[in-house]
Design a protein around this ligand. Structure first.
Ligand code: NDP
Length: 289
């Protein structure tokens, strides 16, 4: 009898559910990892309207999906449809990655974990003083993960007081990291005691000249400056930080690493990071350097 080939079996399925799914660059990144590791898996990009989410999740269960990513607008509304939550997803209050474990669909949040993996290539946040601009979904995920990793203090700098105060309450109530809020008016001066400064806002997304209101003279050598914006990866904020002698970390690393963590959760395989970064950069039409 002829030897069975992988293609003779049904592929293991994972994918992404979102509204506005067309052009999702993570498809190329995850599929590249599957090809590189010769995994007979498929990552399916799925357009799902909010009203259809319960049926879509039930469908994924019935079809035996090993897991799936969630993007806008499903990250919060998916929670009651799942069987459990990881610790950071519970604190963040949002899920971007579902993992099937023993038949149960467990919600994780890998956005902040992806950021943390990217940051740790340069600095361990344990005990560090962090300044975080923004308090939206990305900033919230980053803040919770930094706190769970033992950050000493997180100063949330946000334009709208209410959203910033809500994040500070999450950090104070759910973690042992000290947290405070600064309402953002005009240029923020980074205190000399800060170790890490993060742009967690959408300033700079698709606009390489957009300016994060920060006092340039307060950026200095020894400071680690990170941006969650991944397109373009070289933001004005990072250019100015580098010019001031600071270490710069782009948002592409965060996106690649959340994909790496997802693939690891689903397949148990430790995927090749450069392969995924190259595929993502190609899909976004940016340099992967
Ligand atoms: P949200 O809409 O949830 O939050 C946006 C945040 O940016 C808020 O804190 C908002 O402040 C602030 N903001 C926006 N414009 C301004 C401005 N002009 N001045 C001051 N503050 C401003 O967005 P997300 O958190 O979902 O996304 C933020 C960024 O993170 C996006 O660029 C997104 O692409 C990126 N991202 C990157 C990921 C990665 O893997 N690299 C993963 C997920 C997101 P306010 O509360 O006052 O409105």
């Amino acid at each position: 009898m002829a030897e069975a080939h992988a293609a003779d079996f049904c592929p293991a399925l994972v994918g992404s559910m979102s509204q506005g799914a067309a052009g999702n660059p993570t498809v190329a990144m995850v599929e590249a990892a599957f090809r590189h590791h010769d995994l007979h898996w498929r990552y399916v990009n799925m357009e799902v309207a909010p009203a259809d989410l319960p049926a879509a999740v039930a469908g994924a269960r019935a079809l035996g999906f090993r897991g799936f990513n969630l993007s806008m607008p499903h990250k919060v509304t998916v929670i009651p449809l799942l069987d459990g939550l990881g610790e950071s997803a519970r604190l963040i209050g949002a899920v971007n990655c579902v993992v099937r474990r023993d038949g149960r669909l467990v919600g994780e949040n890998t956005d902040g974990q992806g950021f943390l993996a990217s940051l740790r290539e340069r600095i361990d946040p344990r005990g560090r003083e962090i300044v975080l601009f923004g308090a939206g979904g990305a900033a919230r995920a980053v803040a919770v993960e930094l706190a769970l990793a033992g950050a000493g203090r997180i100063t949330v700098v946000n334009r709208s007081r209410a959203r910033g105060a809500e994040l500070v309450e999450v950090l104070r109530g759910g973690t042992s990291t000290a947290a405070d809020l600064v309402e953002w008016h005009g240029d923020f001066t980074v205190p000399p005691t800060a170790d890490v400064v993060i742009n967690g806002t959408s300033i700079g997304l698709y606009d390489a000249e957009a300016r994060v209101p920060v006092e340039r003279a307060s950026l200095r050598p020894g400071l680690v400056v990170a941006d969650v914006v991944f397109s373009p990866p070289e933001t004005r904020f990072l250019r100015e930080a580098r010019a001031a002698g600071a270490t710069a970390i782009d948002g592409l690393g965060m996106l690649v690493n959340q994909g790496v963590i997802g693939v690891r959760h689903w397949t148990g395989c430790d995927p090749d990071v450069p392969t995924m970064r190259r595929a993502l950069a190609d899909a976004l039409g940016v340099s992967s350097a």
